[in-house]
Every structure is written in C-alpha cells, then in structure tokens.
Ligand binder design. Structure first.
Ligand code: SF4
Length: 408
C-alpha cells in the first residue's frame, strides 16, 4: 500500500513538471514515505531524517509523508526542524501547490496509470482497518475502514487498462472487508466485475483476512481465467492461545479449513502468509505449534517477523516483551530454515510443467522475467517476449525463490 501511495504522489509530481533524481546531491526535494509497522522501520526513518540534516539547505525542500505523519503529526516539526513539510497520506495537492511557489517548472508528463512496471496498476479499494489486532499499529495510523465505491474502482481500472496496464492489484489492509458503500456488495462481487474488463491479463488482490474471507471469493477465483490463484492470507501463529491474545478473531482450525477448501478448488494455489515469532507469552510449546502448522500447510512463502512492541498498541502497552531476543532469533532462524526447505520442495514440483507467465520486464542480468498465476517469479530463457505479454513457459529449473524455463 505504501508503494501505491508513492506511485500516486510521483504521478502527481511528474505531472506538475518535476523529474525523479535518485542522487540526493543533485535533487532539490527529498520526500520520505514512511512505514511504522515495526519499530525497526520507524527507527530507519529517524536515522534518515538525521542523515538528511546535512543535505538540507534553505533552497532545498525536505518533506515527510506516510504512516509516521499519521502517528506523530505536527510533533515531527518540532523534533526535526529541518522538515519543510509534513504531508498527510493522500493529501498531496496542497503540498504540490506549495512547491510551485518555491520552484518554477513547466507542466510535465505524469507516470502512466500502468505504474512503474508499465504493467501493473495498484488500486486502493479500502483504506484503514476495523480490526484491532493487539500487536498492530495500523488501525491507529490508517484509521477506520473507508471503502471506495465500486463504480469509482471500475472507472480507475478502465483508465489504467486504456493506458496500457495488463495487471490490476486491488489493495486493502484487509481487502476482504471491502463493501461497496452503495450496494453493500463485497470483494467477490467486485472481483467478478473487474475481471470482466477488456484488456486485463491478470487480477490480484491483497491482503486477505481469515476471519473475513468470503467463501464465494474462492469460487470466483477458481472459475476465472484471469484472477491469480494466489492467496495472501496471514496466519500470524499456529497456536490458538496466541491467536486469542493477538485478537485475530479465528482459530487454527478455521484457517486450516479455508486452505483446505481453497486447495480443493485450486490445487495449484500459491499460498503466502505472515508469521510473528516471540509474541508476549509465546512458550516453546506454542512456538512448536506454529512450526507444525508450517510443516502441515506447506506455504509457498512465509513472511517472518520477530515481535517488536509498538507503543500505542494493546500488546505494546500492557504486556511485557517477555521472550528474550536470543530466543526470538533462535525461533525465527529455525522457521527460516524450515520454510526454505518447504519452498524449495514447492517450487521443484513445477519442473516439467507449463505455466502461464505475465511478462513484467528485464532483470539486472538482462533476463526476461514475469510471474505465473500463482504469484511465483519466473525467468523466461532464450526469448524476449514484450512486457505485458502472456506466454506459456515450460519450467526446467527451480530455486526456493523462483522458477526458470523456456517459452513453449
Ligand atoms: Fe493490523 Fe491487519 Fe489486524 Fe488490521 S487486520 S489490525 S491491519 S494486522
């Protein structure tokens, strides 16, 4: 979602006549788009702000936006007097108008609706989150859920496709809570409408929530020829006592049942999850339940994080961070190793099969790459299909992270 916000701001700045300059020494303006989901991300912003003190001159503009602005607000100005602008998420036009009084540029060319890849367009269909997971700062900084009307989503999707996008990605902190404010129709209905748009090669959505996922959505995914067979479904823990303390709103058996149903409908499903280790009160036995769940469900990718307390959250304010760092490291390393083996096994099962790849571009080694319908990165060898094309690829090689094969 931060990437989508950055693209939106870039699109508006480029349209106003600015150009991107990766070298800060040659740039007039620096904008930090920030994330506060973990303490580590927040600390990196502060250290960057300190670093930019030497860069800042009266002629240069230093601005900050993103979740840290929502969390800290105007306090940032007193803490970091080198900041010229504190820009709330999505409220970019007043900031750009202020810049116009400082810098005199002709109108420019906006970023195409197809975004930075030239292929994918991200659509924020619902902002905020109404859940209150005890470890999570997001509801505080992104606010309560505000869904976009389906008509507006469809208009944005049509525009992006007309400008060359081939893939649409519907985004929400909890995308399964989407409801059209007019009709009350949920995500399954929205996906059904968007997947019918002409010119669309692939449709993805994220992030799902095990408590809110509509059973009908799995059927829509399975029946469609363009919707990715990919679920980003954070489980967070494989232990019911931890899930309860996290206030996730489901138990392991519910999660297991969603995966079972999804795999009946889509045996080739790409399954991605998030896991936190070292949550307050997590014993060895609770951790081992998570480990067992990973072994049982055989995820394609597990985003692993060590718990870090966030001020302003229930867990951060009320419970001691009682799993020692050395134990958290041991647990995360154990799961990393386990998941690497599982992922290697999962990708190896694609060898000898044909997959449909949406070509995204060329990597730093000059190889053509894209993604299959299950969300896995695929290198296309000995061929140069254009970005945006759909090609059939026979898979010859696999590593835990990607597949490689020849265009069939
Ligand atoms: Fe945070 Fe996701 Fe829970 Fe919402 S559902 S509170 S975004 S972890």
């Amino acid at each position: 979602m931060n990437l989508a916000d950055s693209e939106s701001l870039s699109r508006q700045l480029l349209a106003a006549g600015y150009a991107e300059e990766p070298d800060p020494e040659r740039a007039d303006i620096a904008i930090l788009n920030t994330c506060v989901v973990r303490q580590g991300s927040e600390d990196r912003v502060y250290s960057k702000l300190h670093e930019l003190r030497a860069w800042k001159t009266p002629e240069r503009t230093l601005a900050i936006t993103g979740c840290l602005v929502k969390k800290e607000g105007e306090r940032l100005r007193s803490r970091f007097p080198q900041l010229d602008a504190v820009v709330p998420i999505g409220e970019y036009q007043p900031f750009i108008s202020d810049l116009e009084s400082r810098y005199d540029y002709a109108d420019g060319e906006p970023l195409p609706a197809a975004g930075r890849t030239g292929i994918s367009h991200y659509v924020n269909v619902i902002q905020g989150c109404d859940h209150n997971c005890t470890f999570c700062i997001v509801p505080k900084v992104r606010g309560r859920e505000v869904p976009k009307p389906a008509a507006g989503v469809l208009a944005e999707c049509r525009r992006a496709l007309a400008e060359g996008a081939r893939e649409l990605v519907l985004l929400g902190q909890n995308v399964d809570d989407y409801r059209d404010p007019g009709s009350g129709a949920g995500l399954a209905e929205l996906v059904r409408k968007v997947e019918g748009l002409s010119g669309l090669a692939r449709l993805r959505f994220m992030t799902s929530h095990p408590q809110d996922l509509e059973p009908e959505l799995l059927e829509v995914m399975a029946a469609s020829s363009v919707v990715a067979h990919e679920l980003q479904l954070p489980v967070q823990s494989g232990d019911d006592r931890v899930l309860k303390r996290m206030a996730r709103g489901y138990q392991v058996r519910h999660y297991r049942e969603i995966v079972r149903r999804a795999r009946v409908l889509m045996p080739d499903l790409g399954l991605y999850t998030d896991v936190i280790v070292g949550f307050p009160g997590e014993t060895d036995e609770m951790f081992l339940n998570t480990r067992r769940l990973l072994e049982e469900l055989q995820f394609d990718v597990v985003h692993l994080a060590m718990y870090s307390p966030r001020p302003g959250t229930h867990a951060g304010e009320r419970w001691p961070d009682d799993v020692p760092l050395v134990e958290k490291r041991k647990r995360i390393n154990d799961l990393l190793q386990l998941q690497r083996a599982i992922a290697g096994h999962r990708t190896a099962s694609w060898i000898g099969r044909r997959v449909e790849v949406l070509v995204e571009g060329t990597d730093e080694l000059g190889r053509t790459y894209g993604r299959n319908r299950q969300g896995k990165r695929v290198i296309v060898k000995r061929a140069r299909p254009a970005p945006g094309s759909l090609v059939q690829v026979s898979i010859e090689e696999a590593t835990p992270g990607q597949l490689a094969g020849v265009a069939a």
